[in-house]
Design a protein around this ligand. Structure first.
Ligand code: NAP
Length: 314
């Protein structure tokens, strides 16, 4: 249970729920992709968006698990529009396949929620032999966003609506590896799950910031923002005994439940308060300050080039 609940400038706080943040919003004309919608924050995000009428595409690697989540949503909201599409973010081939199928479906795309994430105690490599946190949490989403951008631009232009891209980052971005990006890549000897996860979450913020800058420069009506959802005891910490102990024993008074954990994402996806707001970082549905590295424009450009290099060659 979260014990602090002071409202910020938006009028919302850490205790606000995703349903409260989207109260009264009718979004039946919108289509949103939510990555990692099989559990935790992603499943609650999918449910609340569906409750507001959004056509939700659950982009997931485990379609069986997704079917169960979809059935639960439909029990709660019988007229919900929810579809499942397979996507493994740790495989660039899977990301390309997903994007191609999405494009050929002819569906519009108003909101892209880059939510999926891993926190792996062990050093692991992705399909393309890239460190798993960087590959899944950042690179997969970076490629996915680039491949879906034309569809988002077309939707925004043809329907005269604002597109929104939301990267679910973390306060953990403050613990990222330091030093040149290429130095830590695939270096098992210096591996730390906290630093590797932190770097991928720093990349989520830098990605949103640079994307926001480029979209603004291009004059496109699409915003890109990032957020920290709060601390929520989800499957993210599976296999991490130490984290589970910290969550359950020490942080228990600061932990949000799922309805609060999905709040900032749903706020950025649907709330009219953030219309036109781009390149910002949010915590508890309010503007927040990320680390100085996360605000570094040169680092954002460097990450963009580095990511383009890694995704174009695979
Ligand atoms: N929980 C927290 O306290 C907290 C704090 C800060 C930030 N976050 C961020 O919040 C986001 C959601 O995390 P959560 O806490 O809700 O964790 P979660 O319950 O473990 O959900 C993570 C989701 O990501 C999916 N996923 C993992 N690897 C994938 C891959 N290769 N391809 C496609 N999907 C993949 C998982 O799918 P499977 O079901 O198939 O495993 C699951 O649906 C993450 O980005 C995380 O970094 C969480």
């Amino acid at each position: 249970m979260w014990i602090f609940g002071r409202n910020g400038a938006s009028g919302f706080s850490a205790t606000s729920t995703a349903e409260e943040l989207t109260e009264g919003i009718h979004a039946s004309g919108l289509t949103a992709i939510v990555t990692g919608a099989t559990s935790g924050i992603g499943s609650e995000t999918a449910r609340v968006l569906a409750l507001r009428g959004v056509h939700v595409i659950m982009a997931v690697r485990n379609t069986e698990k997704a079917t169960q989540v979809k059935e639960t949503i439909l029990e709660d909201i019988p007229n919900a529009k929810v579809d499942i599409m397979e996507l493994d973010l740790s495989s660039m081939a899977s990301v390309r396949d997903f994007a191609a199928k999405y494009q050929s479906s002819g569906l519009p795309l108003h909101v892209l929620i880059n939510n999926a994430g891993v926190l792996s105690p062990q050093f692991k490599l992705s399909n393309e032999k890239i460190e798993l946190h960087f590959a899944t949490n950042h690179l997969g989403h970076f490629l996915l966003t680039n491949l879906l951008l034309e569809t988002m631009k077309t939707t925004s232009y043809e329907q005269n609506t604002e597109g929104r891209i939301i990267n679910v980052s973390s306060e953990g971005h403050r613990f990222a590896y330091t030093g040149p990006l290429s130095d830590y890549m695939n270096n098992e000897s210096s591996y730390s799950s906290i630093y590797a996860y932190g770097l991928s979450k720093l990349a989520n913020i830098l990605h949103a910031n640079e994307l926001a800058r480029l979209l603004k420069e291009e004059g496109v009506n699409i915003t890109a923002n990032s957020l920290h959802p709060g601390f929520i005891n989800t499957e993210l910490f599976r296999g991490h005994n130490i984290f589970s102990i910290i969550c359950n024993r020490i942080l228990r008074y600061f932990i949000k439940d799922l309805s609060q954990g999905a709040a900032t994402t749903c706020y950025l996806a649907l709330n009219p308060q953030v219309k036109g707001v781009t390149g910002e970082f949010f915590v508890d549905s309010n503007l927040a300050k990320p680390s100085s590295r996360a605000k570094d424009q040169e680092l954002a450009k460097e990450l963009w080039e580095f990511s383009m290099g890694l995704t174009s060659s695979k």
